[in-house]
Design a protein around this ligand. Structure first.
Ligand SMILES: [Zn+2]
Length: 371
């Protein structure tokens, strides 16, 4: 089924401000809230759809990616963003958004208390990847310091909130009187407090420990993209769900290969003699070494295009190209016999510059670039 446009879902324009996005979502969330539409599957779908739209549009990075690539940019090549979008939001995720939207723990005037499962906090790490890793995908094992439950930690029900994790207040709001929940100040919303704490654990029975986490990086990742490793953030105290490890991909600059969108560029130096006689050279591409042929009489500044040797495109199934910029190296020191040889060429009027007119001059190249 085709996914609807996020802006359309929230009934806002693409230029909507953060505040307008928030207001639009609040409106939709109230309209389609399951408490108000019991047993209405289509309302529930709309409720989830709006939450997903808000999740993306309220996040600067995700919004920018969505604006540029649409839904394709959200789900990537199938490997990205367990981050909750792409239809993967569950009701817990949605209600956890509400703290931001409604200022409380997510309660509506429906009267029932929704016990939220406590989640550990997310951890965020950056991972540096070579161009090759980014293109081909890879697995990396990194060391993460995360809060882990210390064996032997036990808990008892929080008496302040009777285990609900929330304190309920009646509030007058712009929607009329609403019952709102705030996080219990005694247990911070966990619903439980420590009973027995083993040595070395904090008052929630947790301790920071090193853990090795293996991360699969899908082919075609990009600088700044965030991968989600579920459950490898901090453990939640007393039996909640652990948070996620958010891995931000950082592209390591390559000395020889430069990127320009999906295309790659590299400089290749050949000797004067090689340019005159023709040669073949092995060059590095992200898919491994490739042998290229350089014709006899190749001019400095010639650009060879290796089709499909660039990066996989995020927008289509195609691939970019690799451009090899040929530089002819003029010898800076000559042996006596070389010097004699070249002097003779000049005296005899040999080896002159004789452009046939087919060569593109610097000015042609500049003009091509701007056209
Ligand atoms: Zn409590």
């Amino acid at each position: 089924m085709a996914k609807r446009d996020y802006y359309e879902i929230l009934e806002i324009s693409k230029s909507a401000s953060a505040d307008e996005i928030k207001k639009a979502y609040r409106k939709m969330a109230i309209k389609f809230h399951p408490d108000k539409n019991p047993d209405d599957k289509s309302a529930e779908e709309k409720f989830k759809e709006a939450a997903e739209a808000y999740e993306v549009l309220s996040d600067g990075n995700k919004k920018a990616r969505y604006d540029q690539y649409g839904h394709a940019g959200m789900s990537g090549n199938g490997g990205f963003g367990g981050g909750g979008f792409g239809g993967g939001m569950n009701m817990d995720d949605i209600f956890s958004q509400f703290g931001d939207i409604f200022g409380g723990g997510g309660g509506f005037g429906g009267g029932q208390t929704r016990t939220q499962q406590v989640r550990g906090s997310n951890l965020r790490v950056r991972i540096k990847l070579s161009l090759e890793d980014i293109v081909n995908g890879t697995q990396k094992t990194i060391k993460v310091k995360r809060l882990k439950v210390v064996p032997g930690a036990t808990s008892k029900t929080c008496t302040t909130c009777n285990g609900t994790g929330a304190q309920i207040k009646l509030m007058n709001t712009m929607f009329g009187q609403m019952q709102t929940q705030t996080t219990c100040s005694t247990c911070q919303g966990v619903g439980k407090i420590a009973d027995k704490i083993p040595e070395g654990a904090n008052n929630q029975g947790l301790r920071k420990e090193d853990e090795e986490v293996t991360i699969s990086i899908p082919a075609g990742a990009r600088d700044g993209i965030q991968l989600n490793v579920r459950g490898k953030g901090n453990d939640a105290p007393f039996g909640g769900i652990p948070g996620d490890l958010l891995v931000v991909v950082e592209e390591q600059a390559d000395e020889n290969i430069k990127r320009e969108g999906d295309n790659l560029h590299q400089e290749l130096y050949i000797s004067f003699a090689e340019a005159a006689l023709g040669t073949s050279k092995e060059i590095n591409t992200v898919g491994g070494k490739v042998k290229i042929k350089i014709d006899a009489g190749t001019q400095s500044g010639k650009i060879l295009r290796l089709a499909g040797k660039g990066l996989p495109s995020l927008e289509s199934y195609g691939k970019g190209d690799m451009y090899v910029h040929i530089n002819v190296w003029t010898p800076q020191k000559l042996t006596d016999s070389q010097e004699d040889f070249f002097k003779k060429q000049v005296e005899n009027g040999e080896m002159l510059a004789e452009p046939s007119g087919k060569e593109k001059t610097f000015f042609d190249k500049v003009r091509d670039f701007f056209n």
